[in-house]
Design a protein around this ligand. Structure first.
Ligand code: HAM
Length: 454
C-alpha cells in the first residue's frame, strides 16, 4: 500500500523548498539589518505554555492544537480511560505558533536582564493547527516570525511593522496588492471595560447572533468581530469601537506608532475591529492582507504587542511584541500577483565527457572547482554528450567544459557559454588553477585560461 502525506500537509519538494530557503534568506538578510538574531525552540512544548500564553478560550488552543503523547503515556491513558493522572510536564502539544515558545525560552534563559537592551529574536519553521484544510489553510504550515522583548517604546512597534512590510516588498509582492491594517487593543486598564461593553452589546442582540458568538459573549466577546456569519457581522458593525475607549496612555502610544509609520511613508488603514485570534495582545495589533487572494485566507502575516505574556508564562514583567508571516500564504500572494519568479536550480559549471577515457580527468576538474566553492555537476550515468548537454541545460549551467580525448592530447578543453552558445578552447592546467583560486560571483571567460600552444 502506498501512502500520501497526511491531510493538510504538503511535501516541500525541491522546487518549493528552494522558495522556502529563499524566503528564509531574505528574512535573514533583512532582519539582521534591524538587529535580529535567529533562534529555534522545540516543535512541541508543555501544553500549558500555549493554554496560558495564547489563551484557553481561543480557537487555536481550544479546537486546533495537536496533542502529543509518548506511546507509554498514551497506552496508560487508554487503560485508565482518562489522562487525568498525567503530570503537567508530560502534557505536550505541537506548537500552533511560535511566540509562546519563544517567550517561554526568553524567561527560562533570562535573555532580557533588567535594564538590558531588548532581545531581538527571529525564527522560521513549521507550526501545526488542526484546521479544516483548504487552499492557504494547512495543518502543518511554515511561519517566519520575529519577537522583540524588553521595549515599551512605540518606535519598537513601528520598527516591527516596517520590517514586516519590507519583507513582503523584498519577496516581490507589489505594494498595490497588499494592505496593512492597524489597531490598538488597549491594555489591562482600558480593555476590561471595553470587553464588558462588547459583551453587553452581544447579549442585547443575542437572538440575532449565531450560537458560537452567544457562547463567546462571556469568555471571548471580541472574537465576535471575526465571525463570518452575515447577521453577526451586521450586529458587530454597530458594536462599540475600542479606539473610542482607549485610556490616555494607550491612545498616545497608538498615535505615536502611527506617526512613526507616517514618517516612514508606510501606508496603512486603521481597522478598529481588528482583534486578532490570540489572547496575549495588548495595545498595537496589525495584519497584512493580500488583495489578490481569497478573502478567507488573505492574511499573509500579523502580530502585535504582548506586554503581559512573559508574566503569564511565569516570568518577570517584560514588554514584548512581534509578528509572524505565513510562508505558504506569501507564496499564494506572489502567485496571484504574478510575481512568483521560478526558483530554478542552477550550477555554475557542468563538466561533460566526450567518452569514458576522459572521465578521471573530468572528475578531478569537478572536484577542484567544488573545493573552491563553485556549484559543479557532471554525469554519473555514462550518458551521451548530447544528453549531458541536455542535463546541463536543465540545471541552468552557465558554462559547460567539454573534456575530449583529442583536445586533451594538447592539454586543452572546450568551454561553451550556455547563454551565447560560443565555444572556445582553453588550457586545462591553467583553467584548473584558475578554478581552484576562484573568488568571483560569476563563472565567465576570465575563469578559463587561453589554450597552451603546441
Ligand atoms: P497568526 O495570525 O495566528 O499569528 O499567524 C500568523 C500568520 O500565519 C497568518 O497571518 C497566516 O499567514 C499564517 N497562518 C496561520 N494559520 C495558518 C494555516 N492554518 N495555514 C497556513 N498559514 C497559516 C501568530 O501566529 C502570532 N504568533 C504572530 C505574532 C508573533 N504575534 C506576536 N508575535
Amino acid at each position: 500500500m502506498a501512502y500520501n502525506s497526511p491531510e493538510g500537509t504538503v511535501d516541500l519538494l525541491p522546487g518549493a523548498a528552494r522558495h522556502w530557503r529563499h524566503a528564509q534568506d531574505v528574512a535573514a538578510r533583512l532582519f539582521s539589518a534591524y538587529g535580529y538574531d535567529f533562534m529555534e525552540t522545540p516543535i512541541f512544548e508543555q501544553t500549558e505554555v500555549f493554554t496560558r500564553g495564547i489563551g484557553e478560550a481561543t480557537d487555536v488552543v481550544n479546537k486546533e492544537m495537536f496533542v502529543v503523547r509518548s506511546g507509554e503515556n498514551y497506552r496508560r491513558s487508554l487503560e485508565a480511560g482518562t489522562d487525568a493522572g498525567l503530570k503537567g510536564k508530560s502534557r505536550l502539544s505541537l506548537r500552533p505558533e511560535g511566540t509562546a515558545g519563544v517567550v517561554r525560552a526568553v524567561v527560562q534563559h533570562n535573555l532580557v536582564e533588567q535594564g538590558a537592551t531588548p532581545a531581538k529574536l527571529y525564527y522560521a519553521g513549521p507550526m501545526f493547527r488542526a484546521e479544516r484544510p483548504q487552499k492557504g489553510r494547512l495543518r502543518e504550515f511554515h511561519q517566519i516570525g520575529a519577537e522583540c522583548l524588553g521595549s515599551t517604546e512605540p518606535t519598537a512597534d513601528a520598527e516591527m511593522i516596517i520590517m514586516l512590510v519590507r519583507f513582503y516588498e523584498k519577496m516581490g509582492i507589489p505594494a498595490s496588492d497588499m494592505t496593512l491594517y492597524v489597531n490598538s487593543m488597549g491594555d489591562e486598564r482600558c480593555r476590561p471595560a471595553y470587553r464588558a461593553m462588547v459583551r453587553d452589546h452581544i447579549l442585547s442582540h443575542a437572538d440575532e447572533m449565531c450560537e458560537e458568538c452567544r457562547r463567546r459573549a462571556d469568555a471571548n466577546p471580541l472574537r465576535a468581530f471575526d465571525c463570518k456569519n452575515a447577521a453577526c457581522a451586521h450586529v458587530m458593525a454597530s458594536a462599540p469601537r475600542i479606539t473610542d475607549h482607549l485610556c490616555d496612555d494607550c491612545r498616545s502610544h497608538y498615535e505615536a506608532v502611527k506617526s512613526y509609520l507616517d514618517v516612514a511613508g508606510i501606508a496603512y488603514e486603521e481597522d478598529p475591529t481588528l482583534v486578532r485570534g490570540l489572547d496575549y495582545y495588548t495595545r498595537t495589533v496589525f495584519e497584512v492582507q493580500s488583495n489578490a487572494i481569497d478573502a478567507a485566507q488573505n492574511a499573509i502575516g500579523g502580530g502585535g504587542r504582548y506586554d503581559k505574556l512573559a508574566e503569564t508564562v511565569g516570568g518577570r514583567p517584560t514588554p514584548g511584541l512581534g509578528f509572524a508571516l505565513g510562508y505558504e500564504r506569501v507564496m499564494l500572494a506572489l502567485e496571484a500577483s504574478g510575481a512568483l519568479a521560478e526558483a530554478s536550480p542552477y550550477v555554475d559549471l557542468y563538466v561533460a565527457c566526450v567518452d569514458a577515457t576522459v572521465r578521471s580527468v573530468a572528475f578531478d576538474l569537478v572536484r577542484t572547482a567544488r573545493d573552491a566553492g563553485l556549484r559543479v555537476e557532471m554525469d554519473h550515468q555514462g550518458k551521451s554528450l548530447k544528453s549531458q548537454f541536455k542535463a546541463a541545460g536543465k540545471m541552468n549551467a552557465r558554462k559547460v567544459i567539454v573534456v575530449g580525448p583529442d583536445e586533451l592530447e594538447h592539454g586543452q578543453v572546450v568551454v561553451r557559454d550556455m547563454v551565447t552558445h560560443e565555444e572556445r578552447t582553453a588550457s586545462i592546467e591553467q583553467s584548473k588553477q584558475l578554478l581552484s583560486r576562484f573568488s568571483g560571483d560569476v563563472v565567465d571567460d576570465s575563469t578559463f585560461a587561453a589554450p597552451t600552444q603546441g
